[in-house]
Ligand binder design. Structure first.
Ligand code: PSU
Ligand code: MN
Length: 309
């Protein structure tokens, strides 16, 4: 059987191809947060809203997923329908891409695989909700997201609201340092806590506007491969109530443990538990922070296009 396109040769939508050819700004969006991070059917409206937020920031959105073995950068509405509707869609990190390509499988892409496919397509700015990272009790389970090592070798700007607060945030920041991933706060040296504005950890550096973020990325690209993480906190008046946050996260982690969930099932299980236990409060905040990140990513992509490295 002839293999489908190898992962290094993604298929671009015509809008994304035209924008890249003309040097116009493009922002990559991951599909795992749609397929596995947000519940159906709310995820479908969120997908459109996130793309609209990228446009509001001044860039063309490029949602990324693998369909029938072929990596796509920029999805048509019917393709986004597929990603959002299929309850059995695979979750694909970098290591899963060759299997999907060779066997003609479909799946949503995580931060790690989205960053790789974006870079291969020439898209250098990427928006998500929260990065994967070091799980609590990772010293026993060895559960550390492949997002971290992927970002150490992939040259993209990733706009996020920190790392998911279900994780061990200080340990994740230590690993990002070890892996030489550049991390800057957006307008703050307080590292955001995904659903909450403050994770309790601090950063060495901050940038004040999209132009500074673009300049940091341009300098990083001249220096060495690897990502620039732009950590964009929710404003305090939009965050989840921190007391509710701490309670529901403890419950969700205990439930995951009791259910014996392991591996790549952990993050979707815990996010789903949180959405239910908070009666939708974590879901609303999750969507809100992704929209803010998408808009900022659009503005950073526009700044990069205005003064290319
Ligand atoms: N951010 C969100 N929701 C998500 C994720 C991130 O707001 O669902 C996904 C991303 O795709 C990230 C993945 O790459 O969770 C990490 O999964 P794991 O912990 O299994 O590496
Ligand atoms: Mn994991």
């Amino acid at each position: 059987m002839t293999p489908a396109n190898p992962p290094s040769r993604p298929v671009l939508s015509s809008e994304v191809a035209d924008a890249l050819a003309a040097g116009r700004p493009v922002v990559a969006l991951e599909s795992t947060l749609l397929a596995h991070g947000l519940p159906r059917p709310d995820n479908r409206a969120a997908a459109d809203d996130v793309e609209a937020a990228v446009r509001a920031g001044g860039a063309v959105p490029a949602t990324i997923a693998v369909l029938d073995g072929v990596p796509h950068v920029g999805l048509k509405p019917a393709e986004i329908d597929r990603v959002c509707a299929d309850p059995d869609l695979a979750k694909l990190g970098v290591r899963d891409l060759p299997v999907a390509a060779a066997l003609g499988l479909s799946g949503a892409t995580t931060v790690s695989s989205t960053a790789l496919l974006a870079e291969a397509a020439g898209v250098t700015v990427f928006a998500t909700g929260g990065l994967g990272g070091v799980h609590r009790l990772a010293s026993e389970t060895f559960d550390e997201s492949a997002d971290l090592t992927a970002l150490s070798r992939t040259s993209v700007v990733v706009v996020c609201a920190g790392v998911k607060s279900i994780l061990d945030v200080p340990a994740t920041l230590e690993r990002l340092e070890s892996l030489s991933v550049t991390v800057v706060g957006y307008g703050t040296t307080t590292f955001p806590g995904f659903y909450v504005a403050d994770s309790g950890s601090t950063l060495d550096w901050s940038v004040t506007d999209p132009e500074q973020a673009a300049a940091v990325f341009a300098a990083r690209r001249r220096l060495a491969p690897g990502a620039v993480v732009v950590a964009n906190p929710l404003p305090a008046d939009e965050q989840l109530d921190p007391v509710l946050h701490d309670r529901v996260i403890a419950d969700a982690l205990a439930a995951a443990d009791a259910a014996g969930v392991r591996g790549k099932g952990v993050t979707p299980f815990v996010l789903d538990h949180l959405h239910r236990a908070s009666e939708g409060a974590t879901l609303a905040v999750n969507v809100r922070l992704v929209l803010r990140n998408a808009e900022l990513a659009g503005r950073i992509a526009a700044a990069l296009a205005a003064s290319p490295a």
